[in-house]
Unconditional design. Structure first.
Length: 244
């Protein structure tokens, strides 16, 4: 297994009570078109647990077929003077009524973490996800990922959490990393966080902790059609009340 994909990570700010509609709009209405037109796969769409981070917020993660695939996707989207695909004008208009903006980043994975297709084939299920953004000294993000991947089995033994993804942000001097942990059940999450807060265990080993200059962990919960919940990509059959 060697993951050579590239990922788009998005924090999305939701307007009022629009989060459920937005998550459906992204999975059921956007993802099937993106698969057909751009070979872009949905890795995950989640709602942020508000008590652990910003709210109301959605986090999206999209899997591109390497930088060549990402460049092709950008070319497809940005060739029009509006900087939006005219064929998706109705989709964009609907999305605009549900969100106020967001922040994106481009991620490259550690080669030893699975793609979304491989994760779906495993068929594992999680109650929640620990989404951990870490900053390190410039040039150290790849080393942090190496240590996290090497210590993943120990972390699972200590906390029950499963390392699903390990990524570093491009275009930022190799100083930011994202770790995504699957949390099997809420009771286990509570026990793990209690031990982490007491300094008894940590999902990152001592050497990895020494690299950190900053760290923030939030909790996420799957959208109903998110692939890690359904173990498949959203399809046109999932659409409700939508026309291209």
């Amino acid at each position: 297994m060697s993951n050579d994909k590239v990922y788009i990570h998005e924090y999305i700010d939701i307007i009022k009570q629009g989060r459920a509609k937005y998550m459906h709009h992204m999975t059921a209405n956007w993802s099937p078109m993106a698969q057909e037109q751009r070979n872009q796969l949905c890795y995950g769409v989640w709602g942020t647990v508000g008590s652990t981070g910003q709210w109301p917020q959605v986090v999206n993660l999209w899997e591109e077929d390497g930088f060549d695939g990402l460049a092709s996707s950008f070319g497809h989207e940005l060739s029009d003077p509006s900087l939006q695909d005219p064929a998706l004008a109705k989709w964009w208009a609907t999305a605009a009524d549900l969100r106020s903006g967001g922040v994106d980043r481009i991620l490259v994975p550690h080669p030893d973490v699975p793609t979304i297709g491989e994760l779906c084939a495993r068929g594992d299920s999680y109650a929640a996800y620990a989404h951990e953004m870490a900053t390190v000294a410039p040039g150290s993000a790849a080393r942090l990922l190496d240590l996290a991947v090497a210590g993943a089995s120990r972390a699972t033994s200590d906390t029950g959490w499963v390392l699903l993804g390990a990524f570093r942000t491009t275009m930022r001097h190799d100083q930011e990393a994202l770790l995504l942990w699957g949390v099997p059940d809420w009771a286990g999450w509570g026990k793990a966080e209690q031990r982490i807060a007491a300094g008894e265990v940590d999902v990152l080993g001592r050497e990895a902790l020494g690299l950190l200059t900053g760290r923030e962990r939030i909790l996420l919960v799957d959208a109903p059609l998110s692939p890690l919940r359904t173990h498949r990509q959203p399809s046109r059959e999932d659409r409700t009340g939508w026309e291209d």
